[in-house]
Design a protein around this ligand. Structure first.
Ligand code: AMP
Ligand code: ZN
Ligand code: FE
Ligand code: FE
Length: 281
């Protein structure tokens, strides 16, 4: 069982990397990718928790913005974690998330919602990439909403008046950066229209020109129809198709292994990386 997209307390997941590895082992996952938002800080603990028969794929889910302002998540897998260009791109994005969080809080306060940056910092694990789920947790702690789900439905979704984006590389820049660090680039949930505006089918041509390797086709935020469309695009552009849970611990309903990647697709994706960087013990 191959699950190529999960989160830990290094970003907005609720399980530590240690807990994630143990739960994935129990769930029967044999190849697991750890892909926290805009960071590689979960890698070390994940490696130390690894046990047979599991193989570990180190990665990150990079936040990007198209020139027309559409939010796109790009999974970078099997890249060199010590690559300085990559680390500086990730650090810049993490830095921009702090003023962005302050802006969202300002907008909420104007409308009478009682939440401060201190509340959000308290809700976020130490060193975690700061995201809307931490703001959601602060709103839950302050009894403004009952759950992360409700916070997103009512206040924090991409179409909400309180939503603010943060400066980020374009999808093409992120893909080129992943490639120059020796990794493979897979666009995450590209047609997840429930989250907000998504890219058009024609945009994939530009992503392929930049060096895109794969498309996350099987993901809970894609309808049957959207999966079929993406499958078609992947076939036409000769891209690898993946499936994954996008597990966030108790922060989301997504269960480990609920969507999986076909072993032949994974074999091809892995072969496209510069080096064999899958970790085994
Ligand atoms: P951010 O990176 O701060 O813009 O936050 C995006 C993250 O919020 C996503 O990666 C998801 O983990 C989470 N998210 C997005 N939509 C929802 C939702 N409807 N319910 C719960 N979490 C969500
Ligand atoms: Zn997330
Ligand atoms: Fe995502
Ligand atoms: Fe994700």
């Amino acid at each position: 069982m191959i699950d190529l997209h999960t989160h830990t307390t290094s970003s907005d997941g609720t399980d530590t990397p240690f807990a994630l590895i143990n739960k994935a082992l129990s769930a029967g996952i044999t190849t697991l990718a750890v892909t926290d938002h805009d960071t590689t800080s979960s890698w070390q603990e994940a490696i130390s928790a690894l046990r047979p028969p599991m193989s570990l794929v180190l990665g990150s889910e990079i936040s990007t913005l198209t020139t027309s302002g559409i939010s796109v998540h790009m999974l970078g897998l099997l890249f060199d974690g010590e690559n300085l260009v990559m680390q500086s791109m990730l650090a810049d994005t993490r830095d921009m998330r702090i003023p962005r969080m302050r802006k969202m809080i300002e907008l909420l306060i104007i409308d009478g919602y009682n939440v401060t940056i201190e509340d959000v910092m308290l809700a976020a694990p130490k060193g975690a990439t700061l995201g809307r789920p931490h703001l959601a947790d602060a709103l839950v702690a302050n009894k403004i909403v009952a759950s992360r789900e409700e916070a997103f439905a009512e206040l924090l979704n991409n179409d909400s008046k309180y939503y603010v984006s943060h400066a980020a590389p374009t999808p093409e820049e992120a893909i080129r950066c992943i490639n120059q660090a020796g990794g493979v680039a897979v666009i995450a949930h590209p047609f997840a229209s429930r989250r907000g505006e998504v890219i058009s089918a024609s945009t994939f041509t530009s992503l392929v020109a930049a060096g895109l390797h794969g498309i996350e086709v099987n993901h809970r935020d894609h309808s049957h129809e959207e999966r079929k469309q993406l499958e078609q695009i992947a076939l036409e552009l000769d891209l690898v198709q993946t499936g994954s849970s996008d597990y966030h611990g108790s922060g989301k309903l997504n269960a480990l292994g609920e969507n999986l990647t076909d072993p032949a697709q994974w074999e091809r994706l892995e072969s496209l990386a510069l080096e064999r960087r899958v970790v085994t013990v």
